[in-house]
Design a protein around this ligand. Sequence first.
Ligand SMILES: *Cc1c(COP(=O)(O)O)cnc(C)c1O
Length: 388
Amino acid sequence: MNAPTRIDIPRFATIEKAIGALKPVEPVYCLHPQKFKIAAQRFLEGFPGDAMYAVKANPVPQVLDLVYAAGIRHFDTASLGEVELVRSRFDDVHCHFMAPVRLPGHAKAAFEKYGVVDYVVDCDYELDKLIAETKQPQKLRVFVRLATQLGGALLELSSKFGTTPEEGARLLKRVKEAGAAPCITFHVGSQCLSPFSYAQAIEITRRTVALAGLDIAALDIGGGFPGPYTNNDVPPYHWYFDTIREALATLERPGLPILCEPGRALIAEGLSLITQVVLRKGDRLFLNDGTYGSFDELTLPGWNADYPNRVFTVDAKGRALPLPGEIKPVRVYGPTCDTLDVLPRPQMLPDGIGPGDFIVFDMIGAYSAAVRTTFNGFYPDNWVQIGN
Ligand SMILES: *Cc1c(COP(=O)(O)O)cnc(C)c1O
């Protein structure tokens, strides 16, 4: 039995209470357990299949614990390191190795040591390697990754991964001949703002299955479900689920096991970040966190969303109060000595903001802590919990 290591995290009733009590000069990540529950419920109740949490979006143990506590029992562990991480915390969960490129020996270890039976391939080389390493293909479900059309998502994932329906059909036949269960997966791209992208990809799935002339054993429709950031028109989740359900009906395979791999959608809203203004020079602000810390994703090509913010100032009695003022665009820099450490778009902030004030960025759970660096001696790693 691997009892999860208990992580003691200071608790506060509200973010204002945390700011007032800590007046933190370093960034503080704030976990909202209730928001993890709401996000997981959306998938557990609305998605017509099993939702796996894509660990790479945020692998911090206290985040994994809240995803687990919210009811998620399937994990998209896309490296041996992620399999080990999840297995070291939870006994009663399923790990799925959903990366199409695996380091030599890692499928063997995942299969033999951790009992992982779900794998992805998008080429012959990885399929051969998988079968050679696990030696028992009849125990495996092998998901052939299809490329999807670009355009629906802010960050595409189909120029690096996935294959065509023709190649996919050939691979599916090879999977079946090897004795494994042939399955299909795709990823429409991250922060996908178009529910129709899933329908298009399911149509590509239908064509691939028809070309292969066999029955698939499961379909994994990947991740991509968006976070409700500012500057993005995010359709309601039920549009995605309704569109997916309708598209799945065209496969005419009632009872086909369906999976999805949301990363962002299960955790984006569950985390806020308290930052402090260090310096103001004219209309430029310097914060205690930046693009080498929690804000990397804002700098990605094609990305145009921003995290919603709230600004607080602490009064003489130590209470955090909203900072009033006219909202104006302000250039925001991170604390490192690098010129590139600047948020790519001006942030909308009250005009009186200055050193010592706090900016809370909400919905910052995905691809923030996961990709922070220790560059220049800065590493945001303070954690508190807000509410129960
Ligand atoms: C990154 C990734 C995910 C998670 O994507 P989100 O956009 O965060 O939902 C799921 N599956 C695979 C294969 C990925 O690479």
